[in-house]
Design a protein around this ligand. Sequence first.
Ligand code: C5P
Length: 223
Amino acid sequence: EAPKPLASRHALVTSGPTYEPIDPVRYIANRSSGKQGHAVAASLAALGARVTLVSGPVRLPDPPGVDVVAVETAAEMLAACRAALPADIFVAAAAVADWRVEAAGQKLKKDGGGPPTLALSENPDILASLSAPSPDRPALVIGFAAETNDIVAYARAKRLRKGCDWIVANDVSPATGTFGGDRNSVYVIRADGTEEAWENLAKTEVARRLADAISNHFETGKK
Ligand code: C5P
């Protein structure tokens, strides 16, 4: 049997939402299903990569052949990603909460004279943090960008801001049904200036194409 193209590579993938606690019983979350990130992890594993999938809470089975690390908060996701390094490939598909709450140690009570004010602080940017130049930086760092308008222009700017090598931008305007749905239309924007549109595909097919593109990237780099 021919060796698989990503054998000997370690891929780190984030997926799903994060949950940010308000108190011991409540949290702030978002609508990410984890379908795209989990599919990417599965496709990379199918090409022979050792895959670590750091996932927020999702209602999905663990992809076959993937090491899954379950986390809740953005801070836990960052710590789990750092602990999984070194990696050759980092794909940040998680919908990380931008803010966390200064959580109360006890359940907030409604008899305390009006609604509480939630003090927010900014979460670490996991993608920007792992993209930053360092001896540990994965050779290929790929971010996602969910936009509702001017997708390509915003995504180009986001790639530069985050410092990642490629960005996969998708249209999440409500009419597309991307959030929670099974299909996706994406634009792949690379540091070398190449841009491709992959339109109206199953999320599993987007994942297969992305894994193939990653594998081609490493194959070309070897020559
Ligand atoms: O800035 P924005 O959240 O739109 O960027 C989206 C990209 O950044 C995704 O790849 C997401 O996984 C990543 N991200 C992250 N940590 C954050 C926020 C976003 O890794 N705190």
